[in-house]
Design a protein around this ligand. Structure first.
Ligand SMILES: [Zn+2]
Ligand SMILES: [Zn+2]
Length: 160
């Protein structure tokens, strides 16, 4: 996940990304992710643009049933390495790094992109039933009587 500013030819090139990333997102969310894909590197004049969408895979906890599951999410990357302080920044760029020469380690930037793109409240499956709010049963495994609808017996017997 390194970009060699001096060794990169002018123009456009593809850069393969594959490896583990430490995310440290906190409880119930992936500690680390495997990130894969390819980024397009554009080396123009005094700057590098690195763009593309990577795929991250990690272990998360379902927001409904609390089971661990494998989560995959897309990680859009749009970062710019400015090699001289006078270059203009552009819209739509997530991250801007300033480095004149040498090798740029992209790991921290990719980590930021992966954290930014992480879904708000992931679930193991759209159809996951989670737990009953009243009795606490795991509705993926068993059904219960309390959650039929919002029927309220107090309305019984009231005239229309
Ligand atoms: Zn679930
Ligand atoms: Zn219930």
């Amino acid at each position: 996940m390194q970009l060699d500013l001096d060794g990169q030819e002018t123009g456009q090139a593809e850069m393969s990304i594959a490896g583990p990333l430490q995310l440290g997102l906190g409880e119930g969310r992936p500690d680390k992710a495997e990130i894969t894909g390819a980024l397009v590197v554009q080396n123009v004049e005094s700057r590098f643009m690195v763009t593309g969408t990577l795929r991250a895979t990690g272990q998360a906890e379902c927001g409904r049933c609390l089971q661990a599951f494998e989560i995959k999410w897309d990680v859009p990357v749009a970062l710019m390495v400015l090699r001289d302080a006078h270059s203009e920044e552009e819209d739509g760029v997530l991250l801007v790094l300033h480095q004149r020469q040498g090798v740029v380690d992209l790991e921290e930037s990719l980590r930021e992109c992966a954290v930014l793109a992480y879904p708000q409240s992931p679930v193991c499956a759209e159809s996951c039933q989670g737990f009953c709010a009243s009795c606490g049963k795991d509705l993926n495994k068993e059904s219960c009587e309390c959650a039929k609808d919002d029927y309220d017996p107090r309305w019984d017997g009231l005239p229309d």
